[in-house]
Design a protein around this ligand. Structure first.
Ligand SMILES: Cc1ncc(COP(=O)(O)O)c(C=O)c1O
Length: 391
């Protein structure tokens, strides 16, 4: 019999940390591609040798170029993706395009959104936003019908995660966007936990805004968030959180009202984060080369195996069992899960722990099937040792 060859494993050599650890934490920080060493050296060399000329020769356009590369992963039109420091900043840019003083000032989201995003919108109450938070029943899934019912004629914005960080539940983005558009509201889809591990097509979804960061599934490191704005909206919106990068004539240093540049610079503000943009590129390029459909296919198999192993041990799984509703993470709440996580880290098995989730394990395209068995066997051993010690 011919053994199945996992084509994607040839990329392991690109990620130094895989030689030393069992790396199952790409939902939090993707492994660093070897190419980042060269990217950082290139950055330093450019700064050292070209000095101020680097802006004109490379740096000024970098934010837009990296935006286009990220956009290529989600079928975004060229020029529709701006880059920022993080997702919270992206929310601020979007919020600054709207006015909360009128009748249409409701902001609807699920309480399973990433907390930083919720903290931002909570704070917008002071600016007139009426926040409506839809509660989860089981801590895993978003009650779609209730969320859709909450989106009404007074709703301005619906900022929701595509994939829930705690449980990896895949929100019904299509239904949410359709309902929002039917009543004249805009959706801000947070694709941080989806882009790079499951197919995202912002054009087919007809979503108004999409945002995320590159440090998890895109292996791009901290410091780069991206914001997609639907091209027709990108022509007319005027962010109030703005600055000279958004000006049509930044080097004119004009005073008075801003004459907005075209997208994507229109949605930027101050000087861009050049080192982080340089570091982001190798990871984004590898993901583009590997291709999200292949990543998704492997992810479905590996997450299914993790669930099967957790079931065999009778541990609680806080992740949907239906692969079509599940992203790239499996949250396993075994007994003493927080302590178990600490022990796993000591054994070079890199995972994390979150309240109401348990230990989150997130295999990516570079993980072997054997690594899943290693992680689960280690949990078993840790639990046995703890049971013996408590006798
Ligand atoms: C869905 C989601 N949104 C946002 C964030 C982070 O937001 P920020 O980029 O503002 O730190 C995370 C995780 O870090 C996340 O999982």
């Amino acid at each position: 019999m011919v053994a199945m060859v996992d084509e994607l494993l040839r990329y392991r050599a690109e990620f130094p940390i895989l030689e030393r650890t069992t790396y199952l934490i790409s939902n939090s920080l993707g492994a660093m591609p070897r190419g980042v060493y060269d990217a950082m050296k290139g950055y330093a060399d450019t700064w050292a040798a070209r000095g101020i000329r680097a802006w004109e020769e490379r740096w000024w356009m970098l934010a837009a170029e990296v935006g286009d590369e990220i956009g290529g992963l989600m079928n975004a039109a060229r020029g529709s993706v701006s880059t920022h420091q993080n997702v919270t900043t992206c929310q601020a840019v979007v919020a600054s395009c709207f006015d909360f003083s009128g009748e249409r000032n409701k902001v609807v989201y699920s309480d399973l959104n990433f907390p930083s995003v919720m903290y931002f919108w909570e704070a917008q109450r002071a600016r007139g936003a009426r926040v409506h938070m839809v509660k989860t029943d089981d801590g895993i899934t978003v009650p779609t019908e209730r969320l859709l019912d909450a989106i009404d004629e007074t709703t301005l914005l619906v900022p929701v995660s595509h994939v829930i960080f705690r449980s990896a539940y895949i929100n019904d983005a299509r239904a949410i966007i359709e309902k929002a558009h039917r009543v004249g509201a805009h959706v801000v889809l947070d694709t941080f936990q989806s882009l790079g591990t499951l197919p995202v097509d912002v054009t087919a979804l007809n979503v108004d805004f999409a945002c995320g960061g590159v440090l998890k599934w895109l292996c791009g490191g901290p410091g780069v968030g991206y914001l997609y704005v639907r091209p027709d909206l990108g022509k007319k919106l005027e962010p109030k959180f703005t600055g000279w990068f958004a000006h049509q004539n930044p080097f004119g240093f004009e005073v008075g009202p801003t004459r907005y540049a075209n997208s994507p610079f229109r949605f930027m503000n101050g000087t861009s984060h050049i080192p982080a943009l340089e570091a982001a590129r190798p990871g984004v390029r590898i993901i583009a080369e590997v291709g999200v459909p292949r990543i998704r296919e492997k992810s479905k198999k590996q997450t299914a195996r993790l669930i099967q192993l957790a079931d065999l041990h009778g541990w609680r799984v806080n992740t949907p069992r239906d692969p079509e509703k599940r992203g790239g993470t499996v949250s396993i709440d075994m007994p003493d899960s927080e302590e178990v996580c600490r022990e796993l880290l000591k054994r070079e098995i890199l995972v994390d722990w979150r309240p109401k989730a348990g230990v989150r394990m997130s295999p990516h395209f570079y993980n072997t099937d054997e690594e899943l068995e290693i992680a689960i066997a280690a949990v078993e051993e840790i639990l046995k040792e703890r049971a013996l010690a408590s006798r």
